[in-house]
Design a protein around this ligand. Sequence first.
Ligand SMILES: [Zn+2]
Ligand SMILES: [Zn+2]
Length: 152
Amino acid sequence: MVLSGYILLGFMGMEVISYCVHRWLFHGVLWKIHESHHTPNHRLFEMNDVFSFVFAGISMWLIMTGADTMFSSPAFGIGAGIALYGLLYFIIHDLFTHKRFMPFKSDNWFMKLVRRAHQRHHQDAGKKGHEPYGLFLFPYDRYPERKRNRQD
Ligand SMILES: [Zn+2]
Ligand SMILES: [Zn+2]
């Protein structure tokens, strides 16, 4: 497989893994940590951020492991795909949806769709949780734009 294939694999794999981890671990045995993300505390960092560091660590380890062979190594491509996922997650989930660090506005339809869907997840602040658990993979027609959207 070529490099772009591994990058895509890393990216899509991350969405599938984060869906599963979010649904069955974060809203399960790891709820005590993930709860910090569902209870706004207005602090710069929340306990839930440790998960981002774990995924970033895995991604960096894969990139460094594959660095010798650069563009032919699966590890390099998969690591880069995870890094790309993390970057988009940070921009759309943290900066845009939750207005952390340096919030910004956008009229991009896809970013607004992802935000509406993720806000639905946050309407349930409890351990039981609610769909969608993934950030990008959800039924797109279930979160239509409302006529008067006070968010914008
Ligand atoms: Zn959650
Ligand atoms: Zn969130």
